[in-house]
Design a protein. Structure first.
Length: 292
């Protein structure tokens, strides 16, 4: 175990992280605002121009248009807007949210804002093992014509390949892996890199998430816009759970269906089932449109 001392800014809280992040981003956001607004205008209902920018696929960050010209919206973003209208079902955060509603509150910890959530941070040292997974949520504002909800904050968390949750499992109380916060970009997209979660008894494989109006609201009680879950596809689960380390998940998967799951059974997870590509050997990507 390393004897390296924590960074002097460690544990100064999410508010300190936000001030640092925003000071670094503010100039770039100012310079890119004009071209960004034009890029999305073509796909906005009614022809209005939202505060959004060049679009990308649901699996990656925004890509600027070459030569300063406005880019066309990507097929992924265009499809998301076309499918907008049915709001994401509200679900339980479950017993292991670590958002202050049931025990610890990771949202007040410095370092929680991160894209790669596979490792613990701060005083935690462990990294979750498993098949790589990158997932992207595309947030759409239904009340304002299904425009991307740029600037919103997403807190995501899930179990490890053995079905355990960091900060709650007796063996993982000092670890906080598989948890993190991202800010939605100009396309309303927030992306995380992690590992494929396991399946535990009684639940279909899933990822929890909470959406906040802004990063500043991520630490304020009562400011949650949505609490829901991503359902992973059966084909991807069957593929991954044949891999070493997922033996328990393979057994549990055989005893649960989307229709019997306590969360997804009311509609079979139709509005929460991710679009997934990849393989256990190469890793998976997943995307979900989240209408709010």
């Amino acid at each position: 175990m390393s004897n390296r001392l924590p960074h002097p800014n460690h544990d100064r809280g999410l508010e300190f992280d936000l001030s640092t992040i925003m000071s670094r981003r503010s100039l770039g956001m100012f310079l890119g605002a004009g071209g960004a607004a034009a890029a999305l205008a073509a796909c906005t209902p009614g022809g209005t121009t939202p505060n959004a920018g060049p679009s990308t696929s649901s699996a990656g960050p925004a890509t600027a248009a070459s030569g300063g010209a406005a880019s066309s919206p990507s097929p992924a973003l265009t499809r998301a807007i076309a499918e907008c209208g049915v709001e994401i079902p509200q679900e339980t955060a479950g017993p292991f949210p670590a958002d202050g509603s049931n025990g610890p509150n990771l949202l007040q910890a410095s370092g929680v804002v991160r894209r790669d959530i596979a490792s613990s941070f701060g005083t935690g040292t462990a990294r979750a093992e498993g098949v790589p997974l990158t997932f992207t949520l595309t947030l759409l504002d239904n009340a304002n014509g299904c425009v991307p909800l740029a600037g919103a904050a997403v807190y995501a968390w899930h179990c490890d390949r053995e079905g355990r949750y960091s900060m709650y499992d007796p063996e993982l109380t000092s670890e906080n892996y598989l948890r993190g916060v991202q800010q939605a970009d100009v396309n309303g997209q927030a992306t995380f890199t992690t590992i494929f979660p396991g399946a535990y008894s009684g639940r279909w494989p899933h990822i929890h998430f909470e959406v906040f109006e802004s990063m500043n609201n991520a630490t304020v009680a009562g400011q949650v816009l949505a609490v829901s879950q991503i359902a992973l596809t059966k084909a991807s689960c069957d593929d991954v759970y044949a891999s070493p380390g997922y033996e328990t998940s393979r057994r549990n998967m055989g005893r649960t269906t989307l229709q019997s799951d306590s969360v997804f059974r009311n509609d079979g997870g139709i509005y929460q089932l991710a679009t997934m590509t990849g393989s256990a050997a190469a890793g998976y990507t997943a995307g979900l449109n989240v209408t709010l």
